[in-house]
Design a protein around this ligand. Structure first.
Ligand code: SF4
Ligand code: SF4
Length: 187
C-alpha cells in the first residue's frame, strides 16, 4: 500500500508564518527606496544614452551629410535616412538650397524608438558628430506613430547667432567647417 502524504510539520505551521512577518517588520523600519517618479526626477549619469540629437554648425547649418553610415551601423534597423544634394544656386525666390556644409544633407531622417535599443553604435559611426545622444529618457507613448521621430523632432534648436537653413556656408568653405576653423564665430 502506498504511503499517505504527510501534513505540514509543526515548524511549517507555526514558525514559518512568524518568520515571514519578521521580514515584513524589519523592512518597515528600513530607509524607503521607492522613487517618486515622475513627480521627482533625478539627473542621469552624464554619459547616459537617451534620445538622439542632430547637431548644427555655429551658423545653423546641419552637420548631417546624409551618408547613411548611422543607418548601416544600427543593429536594430531603427534609422532611415534619405540624402539629397545641396544646391548653392539660389532658387526662383533667391534662396540657396543648402542645408549642410557638405555635398549632401539628410533630406529625410527618422529614428524608430519602437526598435531602438539605445546602444549608441550609430553615434560612433557618424563621421561628422552630427548624431549624438542626449540624457532624455522619457520616450514612452501610447501611439506607435509618435515613436517614429522625424528630423524636425531630432534637430538641435537654433542657438543665438544661428540662422535657420537653407542658407549659404557663412563660416568659410567646407574644409573650414570640418577643421573647426571658423571665421568670426564661436564653436
Ligand atoms: S542607438 Fe543603437 S539601436 Fe538605436 S538607432 Fe542607434 S544604433 Fe540603432
Ligand atoms: S547622422 Fe551622421 S552617419 Fe547618419 S547620415 Fe548624418 S552624417 Fe551620416
Amino acid at each position: 500500500m502506498a504511503d499517505q502524504p504527510k501534513g505540514p510539520s509543526l515548524k511549517e505551521q507555526f514558525w514559518d508564518p512568524v518568520a515571514g512577518f519578521g521580514v515584513t517588520f524589519r523592512t518597515m523600519f528600513r530607509k524607503v527606496v521607492t522613487e517618486q517618479y515622475p513627480k521627482e526626477k533625478f539627473p542621469t549619469a552624464p554619459r547616459f544614452h537617451g534620445r538622439h540629437q542632430l547637431n548644427r554648425w555655429p551658423d545653423g547649418l546641419e552637420k548631417c551629410v546624409g551618408c547613411e553610415l548611422c543607418a548601416w551601423a544600427c543593429p536594430a534597423d531603427a534609422i532611415y535616412v534619405e540624402g539629397a544634394e545641396n544646391i548653392d544656386q539660389p532658387d526662383s525666390d533667391g534662396i540657396s538650397q543648402r542645408y549642410s556644409a557638405g555635398e549632401r544633407y539628410g533630406r529625410v531622417y527618422q529614428i524608430n524608438y519602437l526598435r531602438c535599443i539605445l546602444c549608441g553604435l550609430c553615434i560612433e559611426a557618424c563621421p561628422t558628430r552630427a548624431l549624438t545622444m542626449t540624457n532624455e529618457y522619457e520616450l514612452a507613448d501610447d501611439s506607435r506613430a509618435s515613436l517614429i521621430y522625424e528630423k524636425s523632432d531630432l534637430l538641435a534648436p537654433l542657438l543665438p547667432g544661428m540662422e535657420q537653413p537653407p542658407h549659404p556656408m557663412l563660416l568659410g568653405n567646407d574644409d573650414d567647417y570640418y577643421r573647426g576653423d571658423f571665421k568670426g564665430a564661436e564653436q
